[in-house]
Design a protein around this ligand. Structure first.
Ligand SMILES: [Cu+2]
Length: 230
């Protein structure tokens, strides 16, 4: 069961999955169907029964070479089309959230101009937690808290090994590599969205949760005020 999407990007990705499911189901039915038909129709009926021996069949061989190629090509086109619709990643020719050098000024300028954002949060991935540093200066180590219906950008770096940020309801996965900065944009309605580090990053990888709590603005302001006093 797919996680219900709450962002446009997550919707685009889910739609692509549905297309892939349909293709997979068709291939499954075709292969299993032929298998069952063959088992029943061509089963051995007596001890002397032997099938006709065939060596080479140009027609069949061409078919099972061309058909998968066409299938993969069609899936590729659907995928490129979906990638081009993703808001958070720019376009296929001008991808945004792929990794950049941390002090690459050109990349930083491009990212900051890419989309008008309300809040930027600096995120550090480390074994085994996400640390969120807010503009007000405080750092939290538990869930990410953001106001609802605001455009958020996360600037994510890794302090140690490769991690990956992925909240299925909010959009696509992004790798977080040491020595590079990755970017994630999202704008979500209120709710709690579950995710976790999506690249095996050591012993406690499975406990490296990355949950996002999206709350009303007033609640967010109160939360920020509380954090500042700590
Ligand atoms: Cu991790």
């Amino acid at each position: 069961m797919l996680v219900p999407p709450v962002s446009q990007d997550a919707q685009v990705i889910n739609n692509l999955y549905v297309v892939l499911y349909i293709f997979s189901a068709l291939v499954f039915l075709l292969v299993e169907g032929l298998l069952v038909v063959s088992v029943v129709k061509f089963r051995r009926r007596s001890a002397n029964d032997a099938p006709i021996q065939i060596h080479g069949h140009t027609g069949l061989e061409t078919m099972w070479t061309i058909l998968p190629m066409v299938l993969v090509a069609v899936i590729f086109l659907f995928s490129v089309n979906a990638m081009n619709q993703l808001q958070a990643t720019g376009t296929f020719n001008d991808p945004l959230n792929h990794v950049h050098g941390i002090n690459d000024q050109v990349a930083i300028k491009r990212v900051s101009e890419a989309k008008k954002v309300d809040i930027v949060i600096n995120v550090t991935a480390r074994q085994w937690m996400w640390q969120y540093k807010y503009a007000d200066g405080f750092v939290v180590n538990q869930d990410l808290v953001v106001p609802e219906n605001k455009t958020i950008r996360l600037d994510i770096v890794s302090a140690d090994v490769i991690h990956a940020w992925w909240i299925p309801a909010l959009g696509g996965m992004i790798y977080v590599n040491p020595g590079e900065m990755s970017h994630v944009w999202f704008n979500a309605p209120g709710g709690t969205y579950y995710g976790q580090c999506n690249v095996f990053c050591g012993l406690a990888h499975s406990q490296m949760l990355s949950n996002v709590k999206v709350v009303p603005q007033a609640e967010y302001d109160a939360w920020v005020a509380e954090q500042k006093t700590k």
